[in-house]
Ligand binder design. Structure first.
Ligand code: APR
Length: 320
Protein backbone atom coordinates (compact mmCIF):
# COMPACT_ATOMS: atom_id res chain seq x y z
CA UNK A 1 0.00 0.00 0.00
CA UNK A 2 1.27 3.47 -0.84
CA UNK A 3 2.34 5.59 2.09
CA UNK A 4 0.01 8.24 3.43
CA UNK A 5 0.82 11.84 2.50
CA UNK A 6 1.15 14.38 5.29
CA UNK A 7 1.31 18.06 4.40
CA UNK A 8 2.53 20.60 6.91
CA UNK A 9 1.43 24.17 6.19
CA UNK A 10 3.95 26.28 8.06
CA UNK A 11 7.48 25.01 8.53
CA UNK A 12 8.53 27.01 11.56
CA UNK A 13 9.22 25.70 15.03
CA UNK A 14 6.13 23.50 15.25
CA UNK A 15 6.18 22.54 11.56
CA UNK A 16 9.77 21.28 11.73
CA UNK A 17 9.06 19.29 14.90
CA UNK A 18 5.94 17.80 13.30
CA UNK A 19 8.00 16.65 10.32
CA UNK A 20 10.61 15.03 12.53
CA UNK A 21 8.01 13.22 14.68
CA UNK A 22 5.96 12.10 11.67
CA UNK A 23 9.16 10.74 10.14
CA UNK A 24 10.34 8.91 13.25
CA UNK A 25 6.87 7.40 13.68
CA UNK A 26 6.74 6.45 9.97
CA UNK A 27 3.31 7.99 9.53
CA UNK A 28 3.88 8.63 5.82
CA UNK A 29 5.60 10.85 3.28
CA UNK A 30 5.93 14.45 4.36
CA UNK A 31 5.62 17.73 2.48
CA UNK A 32 6.65 20.89 4.29
CA UNK A 33 5.16 24.10 2.94
CA UNK A 34 6.00 27.70 3.85
CA UNK A 35 6.08 31.16 2.33
CA UNK A 36 9.64 31.60 3.59
CA UNK A 37 11.52 30.26 0.58
CA UNK A 38 14.25 27.77 1.46
CA UNK A 39 13.01 27.02 4.99
CA UNK A 40 10.71 24.08 4.12
CA UNK A 41 13.27 22.76 1.64
CA UNK A 42 16.10 23.06 4.17
CA UNK A 43 14.17 21.41 6.99
CA UNK A 44 12.98 18.59 4.68
CA UNK A 45 16.56 17.87 3.63
CA UNK A 46 17.89 18.05 7.19
CA UNK A 47 15.26 15.59 8.47
CA UNK A 48 15.70 13.29 5.45
CA UNK A 49 19.38 13.12 6.37
CA UNK A 50 18.40 11.97 9.87
CA UNK A 51 16.36 9.08 8.41
CA UNK A 52 19.27 6.64 7.91
CA UNK A 53 20.42 7.28 11.47
CA UNK A 54 16.97 6.93 13.03
CA UNK A 55 16.02 4.15 10.61
CA UNK A 56 12.81 5.44 9.11
CA UNK A 57 11.62 5.44 5.50
CA UNK A 58 9.73 8.49 4.35
CA UNK A 59 10.02 10.88 1.46
CA UNK A 60 10.51 14.45 2.68
CA UNK A 61 10.18 17.52 0.50
CA UNK A 62 9.82 21.26 0.91
CA UNK A 63 7.63 23.56 -1.16
CA UNK A 64 6.50 27.13 -1.58
CA UNK A 65 3.56 26.32 -3.84
CA UNK A 66 0.24 24.87 -2.70
CA UNK A 67 0.28 22.42 -5.64
CA UNK A 68 2.72 20.35 -3.56
CA UNK A 69 0.01 19.46 -1.03
CA UNK A 70 -2.13 17.84 -3.74
CA UNK A 71 -4.16 14.89 -2.43
CA UNK A 72 -2.65 14.99 1.06
CA UNK A 73 -4.31 12.60 3.52
CA UNK A 74 -3.54 14.77 6.54
CA UNK A 75 -2.78 18.48 6.65
CA UNK A 76 -1.47 20.13 9.81
CA UNK A 77 -1.64 23.91 9.84
CA UNK A 78 0.79 26.05 11.85
CA UNK A 79 1.16 28.90 9.35
CA UNK A 80 1.03 32.33 10.93
CA UNK A 81 2.79 34.15 13.72
CA UNK A 82 3.37 32.92 17.26
CA UNK A 83 3.18 35.18 20.30
CA UNK A 84 5.99 36.92 22.11
CA UNK A 85 6.15 37.83 25.81
CA UNK A 86 3.34 40.18 26.79
CA UNK A 87 1.10 39.08 23.91
CA UNK A 88 -2.04 37.04 24.32
CA UNK A 89 -3.06 34.46 21.75
CA UNK A 90 -5.86 36.84 20.78
CA UNK A 91 -3.35 39.52 19.72
CA UNK A 92 -2.49 37.28 16.77
CA UNK A 93 -6.00 37.30 15.34
CA UNK A 94 -5.73 39.91 12.58
CA UNK A 95 -2.59 38.55 10.94
CA UNK A 96 -3.41 34.89 11.34
CA UNK A 97 -6.95 35.29 9.98
CA UNK A 98 -5.49 36.45 6.66
CA UNK A 99 -3.18 33.45 6.70
CA UNK A 100 -6.18 31.13 7.28
CA UNK A 101 -7.86 32.60 4.20
CA UNK A 102 -4.87 31.67 2.05
CA UNK A 103 -4.54 28.22 3.62
CA UNK A 104 -8.30 27.61 3.22
CA UNK A 105 -8.08 28.37 -0.50
CA UNK A 106 -5.10 26.01 -0.85
CA UNK A 107 -6.97 23.22 0.94
CA UNK A 108 -10.10 23.69 -1.14
CA UNK A 109 -8.13 23.48 -4.39
CA UNK A 110 -5.58 20.78 -3.63
CA UNK A 111 -6.55 18.71 -0.61
CA UNK A 112 -10.35 18.69 -0.21
CA UNK A 113 -10.34 15.13 1.16
CA UNK A 114 -7.71 15.67 3.82
CA UNK A 115 -8.14 15.44 7.58
CA UNK A 116 -7.06 18.88 8.71
CA UNK A 117 -5.61 19.73 12.11
CA UNK A 118 -5.25 23.43 12.87
CA UNK A 119 -2.76 24.61 15.48
CA UNK A 120 -2.53 28.31 14.59
CA UNK A 121 -3.71 30.63 17.38
CA UNK A 122 -6.05 31.96 18.60
CA UNK A 123 -7.01 28.35 18.03
CA UNK A 124 -10.77 28.14 18.48
CA UNK A 125 -11.38 31.13 16.17
CA UNK A 126 -8.73 30.19 13.59
CA UNK A 127 -10.02 26.64 13.13
CA UNK A 128 -13.56 28.00 12.77
CA UNK A 129 -12.40 30.43 10.07
CA UNK A 130 -10.28 27.77 8.35
CA UNK A 131 -13.24 25.39 8.08
CA UNK A 132 -15.35 28.19 6.55
CA UNK A 133 -12.64 29.41 4.17
CA UNK A 134 -11.82 25.86 3.02
CA UNK A 135 -15.40 24.59 2.77
CA UNK A 136 -14.19 21.17 3.97
CA UNK A 137 -16.71 19.10 5.97
CA UNK A 138 -16.69 19.80 9.70
CA UNK A 139 -15.84 16.19 10.58
CA UNK A 140 -12.55 16.63 8.70
CA UNK A 141 -11.41 19.90 10.28
CA UNK A 142 -10.36 19.99 13.93
CA UNK A 143 -8.26 22.16 16.20
CA UNK A 144 -5.41 20.97 18.41
CA UNK A 145 -5.62 22.43 21.90
CA UNK A 146 -7.12 19.98 24.37
CA UNK A 147 -4.45 17.31 23.95
CA UNK A 148 -1.84 19.94 24.78
CA UNK A 149 -3.77 21.50 27.67
CA UNK A 150 -4.46 18.08 29.16
CA UNK A 151 -0.83 16.98 28.61
CA UNK A 152 0.34 20.00 30.59
CA UNK A 153 -2.17 19.21 33.34
CA UNK A 154 -1.10 15.55 33.37
CA UNK A 155 2.58 16.47 33.56
CA UNK A 156 2.09 18.87 36.49
CA UNK A 157 -0.06 16.32 38.34
CA UNK A 158 2.41 13.49 37.76
CA UNK A 159 5.20 15.69 39.15
CA UNK A 160 3.08 16.60 42.16
CA UNK A 161 2.07 13.02 42.97
CA UNK A 162 5.40 11.48 41.93
CA UNK A 163 3.70 8.96 39.67
CA UNK A 164 4.14 8.12 36.00
CA UNK A 165 2.67 10.58 33.50
CA UNK A 166 1.17 7.52 31.83
CA UNK A 167 -1.08 6.84 34.82
CA UNK A 168 -2.54 10.34 34.96
CA UNK A 169 -5.53 11.13 32.75
CA UNK A 170 -7.10 14.54 32.34
CA UNK A 171 -10.43 15.70 30.98
CA UNK A 172 -10.55 19.28 29.70
CA UNK A 173 -13.25 21.25 27.93
CA UNK A 174 -13.56 24.69 26.41
CA UNK A 175 -11.30 27.15 24.61
CA UNK A 176 -7.53 26.89 24.47
CA UNK A 177 -5.49 28.00 27.47
CA UNK A 178 -6.70 30.85 29.60
CA UNK A 179 -10.34 29.74 29.67
CA UNK A 180 -9.72 26.01 29.58
CA UNK A 181 -12.15 24.06 31.77
CA UNK A 182 -10.47 21.20 33.64
CA UNK A 183 -12.94 18.64 34.94
CA UNK A 184 -11.24 17.41 38.11
CA UNK A 185 -13.90 14.80 38.83
CA UNK A 186 -13.10 13.16 35.48
CA UNK A 187 -9.32 13.55 35.73
CA UNK A 188 -7.67 10.62 37.44
CA UNK A 189 -4.60 8.85 38.70
CA UNK A 190 -5.05 5.24 37.58
CA UNK A 191 -8.81 5.74 37.53
CA UNK A 192 -9.07 7.48 40.92
CA UNK A 193 -10.68 10.91 40.36
CA UNK A 194 -8.75 13.97 41.58
CA UNK A 195 -11.74 14.89 43.73
CA UNK A 196 -11.27 11.57 45.59
CA UNK A 197 -7.53 12.15 45.88
CA UNK A 198 -8.28 15.42 47.67
CA UNK A 199 -10.48 13.48 50.11
CA UNK A 200 -7.76 10.86 50.51
CA UNK A 201 -5.29 13.58 51.46
CA UNK A 202 -3.01 13.26 48.43
CA UNK A 203 -3.36 16.96 47.69
CA UNK A 204 -4.96 20.07 49.21
CA UNK A 205 -7.79 21.65 47.26
CA UNK A 206 -5.88 24.96 47.02
CA UNK A 207 -2.78 23.24 45.66
CA UNK A 208 -4.90 21.52 43.02
CA UNK A 209 -6.36 24.90 42.09
CA UNK A 210 -2.79 26.26 41.69
CA UNK A 211 -1.96 23.41 39.32
CA UNK A 212 -5.11 24.08 37.32
CA UNK A 213 -4.11 27.74 37.01
CA UNK A 214 -0.55 26.82 36.00
CA UNK A 215 -2.07 24.62 33.29
CA UNK A 216 -4.23 27.48 32.01
CA UNK A 217 -1.12 29.68 31.92
CA UNK A 218 1.08 26.88 30.57
CA UNK A 219 1.58 28.48 27.15
CA UNK A 220 2.54 31.86 28.63
CA UNK A 221 5.01 30.21 31.02
CA UNK A 222 6.92 28.80 28.04
CA UNK A 223 6.66 32.06 26.05
CA UNK A 224 8.12 34.00 28.97
CA UNK A 225 11.07 31.63 29.19
CA UNK A 226 11.76 31.42 25.45
CA UNK A 227 11.19 35.15 24.81
CA UNK A 228 11.47 34.64 21.04
CA UNK A 229 8.38 32.53 20.34
CA UNK A 230 5.97 30.03 21.83
CA UNK A 231 5.96 26.34 22.75
CA UNK A 232 6.58 23.88 19.96
CA UNK A 233 7.63 20.42 21.14
CA UNK A 234 4.49 19.58 23.12
CA UNK A 235 2.13 21.21 20.59
CA UNK A 236 3.71 19.16 17.79
CA UNK A 237 3.55 15.91 19.77
CA UNK A 238 -0.11 16.60 20.55
CA UNK A 239 -1.07 17.10 16.90
CA UNK A 240 0.83 13.98 15.85
CA UNK A 241 -1.28 11.86 18.22
CA UNK A 242 -4.39 13.19 16.49
CA UNK A 243 -2.98 12.55 13.00
CA UNK A 244 -1.97 9.03 13.99
CA UNK A 245 -5.44 8.23 15.32
CA UNK A 246 -6.93 9.27 11.97
CA UNK A 247 -4.37 7.50 9.77
CA UNK A 248 -4.46 4.25 11.76
CA UNK A 249 -8.19 4.44 12.55
CA UNK A 250 -7.28 4.09 16.20
CA UNK A 251 -10.46 5.82 17.40
CA UNK A 252 -8.62 7.52 20.25
CA UNK A 253 -10.76 9.59 22.59
CA UNK A 254 -9.00 12.95 22.60
CA UNK A 255 -9.96 16.46 23.62
CA UNK A 256 -9.94 18.71 20.56
CA UNK A 257 -11.74 21.72 19.10
CA UNK A 258 -14.66 20.42 17.04
CA UNK A 259 -17.57 22.18 15.36
CA UNK A 260 -20.52 21.74 17.71
CA UNK A 261 -24.06 21.30 16.51
CA UNK A 262 -26.04 21.72 19.69
CA UNK A 263 -23.81 19.71 22.03
CA UNK A 264 -23.30 21.50 25.35
CA UNK A 265 -25.92 23.97 24.08
CA UNK A 266 -23.47 25.35 21.49
CA UNK A 267 -24.11 25.54 17.77
CA UNK A 268 -21.86 26.59 14.90
CA UNK A 269 -18.77 27.22 17.02
CA UNK A 270 -15.54 25.29 17.53
CA UNK A 271 -14.99 24.45 21.20
CA UNK A 272 -12.74 21.93 22.91
CA UNK A 273 -14.62 18.72 23.72
CA UNK A 274 -13.73 15.05 23.91
CA UNK A 275 -14.03 13.47 20.47
CA UNK A 276 -13.33 10.11 18.85
CA UNK A 277 -10.88 10.40 15.94
CA UNK A 278 -10.90 7.56 13.43
CA UNK A 279 -10.80 6.97 9.69
CA UNK A 280 -13.92 9.13 9.26
CA UNK A 281 -12.38 12.06 11.07
CA UNK A 282 -14.49 13.21 13.99
CA UNK A 283 -16.56 10.06 14.53
CA UNK A 284 -18.22 11.08 17.75
CA UNK A 285 -18.53 14.11 19.99
CA UNK A 286 -18.79 13.07 23.62
CA UNK A 287 -21.24 15.05 25.69
CA UNK A 288 -21.44 14.78 29.45
CA UNK A 289 -23.61 16.50 32.02
CA UNK A 290 -21.92 19.41 33.73
CA UNK A 291 -22.46 20.61 37.27
CA UNK A 292 -23.13 24.29 37.98
CA UNK A 293 -19.55 25.45 38.44
CA UNK A 294 -18.33 23.50 35.40
CA UNK A 295 -21.15 24.98 33.31
CA UNK A 296 -20.23 28.48 34.53
CA UNK A 297 -16.58 27.94 33.52
CA UNK A 298 -17.64 26.61 30.11
CA UNK A 299 -19.98 29.56 29.57
CA UNK A 300 -17.09 31.93 30.26
CA UNK A 301 -14.87 30.04 27.84
CA UNK A 302 -17.54 30.01 25.13
CA UNK A 303 -18.09 33.76 25.60
CA UNK A 304 -14.41 34.41 25.04
CA UNK A 305 -14.39 32.28 21.86
CA UNK A 306 -17.54 34.11 20.72
CA UNK A 307 -15.73 37.43 21.11
CA UNK A 308 -12.91 36.18 18.89
CA UNK A 309 -15.31 34.89 16.25
CA UNK A 310 -17.07 38.28 16.22
CA UNK A 311 -13.69 39.98 15.76
CA UNK A 312 -13.02 37.67 12.78
CA UNK A 313 -16.36 38.53 11.19
CA UNK A 314 -15.61 42.25 11.57
CA UNK A 315 -12.37 41.78 9.63
CA UNK A 316 -13.80 39.30 7.10
CA UNK A 317 -17.58 39.88 6.82
CA UNK A 318 -17.89 36.97 4.34
CA UNK A 319 -17.39 34.62 7.32
CA UNK A 320 -20.58 35.82 9.03
N1 APR B 1 1.54 30.81 4.50
C1 APR B 1 2.38 29.82 4.87
N2 APR B 1 3.23 29.92 5.90
C2 APR B 1 3.22 31.09 6.56
C3 APR B 1 2.37 32.16 6.26
C4 APR B 1 1.50 32.00 5.16
N3 APR B 1 0.68 32.97 4.78
N4 APR B 1 2.60 33.17 7.13
C5 APR B 1 3.57 32.74 7.97
N5 APR B 1 3.95 31.50 7.62
C6 APR B 1 4.98 30.66 8.23
C7 APR B 1 6.20 31.43 8.68
O1 APR B 1 7.06 31.69 7.59
C8 APR B 1 6.81 30.48 9.71
O2 APR B 1 7.80 29.63 9.15
O3 APR B 1 4.48 30.06 9.41
C9 APR B 1 5.61 29.64 10.17
C10 APR B 1 5.29 29.81 11.64
O4 APR B 1 6.36 29.30 12.36
P1 APR B 1 6.90 29.96 13.71
O5 APR B 1 6.96 31.43 13.54
O6 APR B 1 8.13 29.23 14.10
O7 APR B 1 5.70 29.66 14.74
P2 APR B 1 5.37 28.29 15.51
O8 APR B 1 6.01 28.32 16.84
O9 APR B 1 5.60 27.13 14.62
O10 APR B 1 3.81 28.52 15.77
C11 APR B 1 2.89 28.60 14.70
O11 APR B 1 1.08 27.80 16.07
O12 APR B 1 0.90 27.51 18.37
C12 APR B 1 0.60 28.33 17.28
O13 APR B 1 0.59 30.50 18.30
C13 APR B 1 1.29 29.66 17.43
O14 APR B 1 0.02 30.69 15.70
C14 APR B 1 1.28 30.13 16.01
C15 APR B 1 1.48 28.84 15.21
Amino acid sequence: MARAKIALIGSGQIGGTLALLAGIKELGDIVLFDIADGVPQGKALDIAEAAPVEGFDASLSGASSYAAIQDADVVIVTAGVPRKPGMSRDDLLGINLQVMEQVGAGLKKYAPNAFVICITNPLDAMVWALQKFSGLPANKVVGMAGVLDSARFRYFLAEEFKVSVEDVTAFVLGGHGDTMVPLTRYSTVAGIPLTDLVKLGWIEKDRLEEIVQRTRDGGAEVVNLLKTGSAFYAPAASAIVMAESYLKDKKRVLPAAALLDGQYGIKGRYIGVPIVIGANGVERIIEIELNKSEQAMLDKSVASVEGLVEACVKIAPALG
